[in-house]
Design a protein around this ligand. Structure first.
Ligand code: ADP
Length: 261
């Protein structure tokens, strides 16, 4: 800026000050890279069942055309693959819906104890199928937090379902709601604990990454998409709540959600 001056610095004047505007694009780039990684991973995950479906269709049109046994078996597998694609698409859409609401703070009053009761009832049939009991420990009075009921049910159900699927060898899952002792005024803590195989320490920090699975084969057979905990993390971020995962291999795992006061 050159007061009274008509020209630029090259014209001989000396500017009083120079304004330098620096845009830090590294965060922007990181987000763009994450988005394109996500699209690549999602496409890969969808392509696998799709390739299998196409393969079976070709076989049914050709070599297995008149083989009734093979047809029934292949149709069963095709049904499984189609269900897998549907689960993936449902989870991808869930994630994108939650991301779109990331900056809107949920404002309804919800009772965590009611949410746990609802989730435990909804998952009781899966418990019977996997032979795992769900035990609840709930406070007598309402445990009220600000939140979105449907999203908090999704969090609770994802955590209980994982505990039953991956920690099922412990035969029971404990779900508790209690006052959490933080600094200052106490909030609430919702904890889902299993007594199964547990998780090795090196995996713990990566569990909430999209498509991260400790054991891909077992996650596939247990109908996992690798997106459950990523969805949990996104919902909790919107609720200003914190997820803490503690596990010792052989002794099970505990997923605790701390809600602010
Ligand atoms: P998935 O759809 O595969 O279940 P999640 O995002 O819900 O995906 O979980 C990611 C991975 O974390 C799972 O594939 C599993 O390997 C591991 N995991 C989650 N919960 C537990 C648990 N309670 N015990 C042991 N491993 C677990």
């Amino acid at each position: 800026y050159m007061p009274g001056g008509s020209g630029t610095a090259e014209a001989g004047g000396v500017p009083d000050f120079i304004l330098v505007v620096v845009y830090d694009q590294s965060e922007q780039r990181r987000l763009e890279r994450m988005r394109s990684d996500f699209i690549a991973n999602a496409s890969h995950e969808l392509r696998t069942p799709l390739a299998s479906l196409s393969g079976f269709i070709e076989t049914l049109q050709g070599p297995a055309k008149n083989d009734a046994d093979a047809r029934d078996r292949f149709l069963g597998i095709m049904h499984e693959q189609a269900s897998r694609m549907r689960r993936l698409i449902d989870d991808i859409l869930s994630l994108s819906r939650i991301e779109m609401k990331a900056n809107v703070k949920p404002s309804d009053s919800v009772d965590l104890a009611e949410i746990v009761r609802h989730s435990a009832d909804a998952l009781a049939p899966l418990g019977r199928e996997l032979d795992v009991e769900i035990e609840t420990r709930l406070p007598e009075l309402a445990a009220t937090v600000r939140g979105d009921r449907d999203e908090l049910i999704q969090v609770t159900e994802n955590l209980i379902e994982n505990a039953m699927k991956y920690g099922g060898s412990g035969k029971r899952v404990e779900v508790s709601v209690a006052r959490s002792s933080g600094n200052g005024s106490a909030g609430w803590c919702l904890c889902v604990r299993d007594f199964g195989e547990g998780i090795a320490a090196e995996h713990l920090p990566r569990l909430t990454e999209r498509f991260y699975r400790v054991d891909v084969a077992s996650s596939r057979t247990l109908k996992g998409t690798g997106l459950g905990l990523a969805i949990v993390k996104h919902i909790l971020t919107r609720h200003r709540a914190r997820l803490e995962i503690v596990s010792k291999p052989g002794e099970g795992a505990a997923f605790s959600v701390h809600f602010p006061a």
